[in-house]
Design a protein around this ligand. Structure first.
Ligand code: ATP
Ligand code: ZN
Length: 218
């Protein structure tokens, strides 16, 4: 069996369709086979590894996949800041969202210092922890896997740090966004080691094509 390159992509969710669009835009013909975990590319020695987005940074860092498509927010939660740029091949221009501090509509917020001594619920404890440290604020981070927006109403926390695109979810929960923690978009990431020598030309071709597609779609 000849070896094949692997690209880790989100199986289903907000990045799944756009990731597949990028891949077909690069001329790869995706075979949606019986194997839900692995899609084969018909016309290139490439497979798509379809996983939860949270697993993508580690899979790519471990070399289980040579490339991966993941939100910058997920990458930044997994690795320290000074380690991020060398993992990123290119920014992909989709999946844009922001990680924001939000507080109940009735609360006053006069900057990060308003969070001093407070409890903040988030699924991004590392990113939030670093932001608070940079701002010189000491607060308690309450880690939640989901439904972060209900934390203030449930008296679990005073504020939240959560992904926002339209703000509709915040509004529906009686909250307002008051500060920006991180701006994010989907990024293409690469394994720390070079691809196998016999696949180097496929790898280089792929990066050129992704670059072309990303440049033309902005
Ligand atoms: P998975 O099942 O793969 O773990 P998930 O529920 O963690 O999925 P999604 O909600 O599908 O993740 O979001 C995937 C990524 O899409 C986010 O990490 C983020 O980079 C991006 N994204 C874009 N807009 C939004 C938004 N409004 N809310 C949340 N994420 C968004
Ligand atoms: Zn996830």
């Amino acid at each position: 069996m000849t070896s094949r390159l692997r690209i880790a992509v989100q199986k289903s969710g907000r990045l799944a369709d756009r990731s597949l669009e990028l891949i077909s835009g690069a001329g790869l013909r995706v075979m949606k086979g019986a194997n839900e975990l692995l899609y084969r590319i018909e016309n290139q020695p490439i497979d798509l590894l379809r996983v939860r987005d949270d697993d993508i940074p580690t899979f790519v860092a471990d070399g289980v996949a040579e490339l991966g498509i993941v939100g910058y927010n997920v990458l930044a939660e997994h690795f320290p800041e000074d380690d991020l740029e060398e993992r990123i091949v290119m920014r992909l221009g989709f999946g844009k969202c922001t990680l924001k501090i939000a507080v109940p509509d009735t609360a006053t917020y006069e900057g990060p210092q308003s969070l001093e001594g407070k409890r903040i619920a988030t699924s991004y404890p590392n990113i939030l922890g670093k932001w608070l440290k940079d701002k010189g604020v000491t607060a308690t981070i309450v880690e939640m896997r989901g439904a972060v927006e209900v934390a203030p109403r449930m008296k679990i926390a005073h504020a939240i740090c959560d992904l926002v695109s339209t703000g509709a979810t915040l509004e529906a929960n009686g909250m307002k966004a008051v500060d920006l923690v991180l701006a994010s978009e989907a990024v293409l990431i690469k394994a720390p080691h070079a691809p196998p020598a016999d696949l180097e030309h496929v790898y280089d071709m792929l990066l050129r094509r992704f670059d072309g597609v990303t440049a033309s779609t902005g």
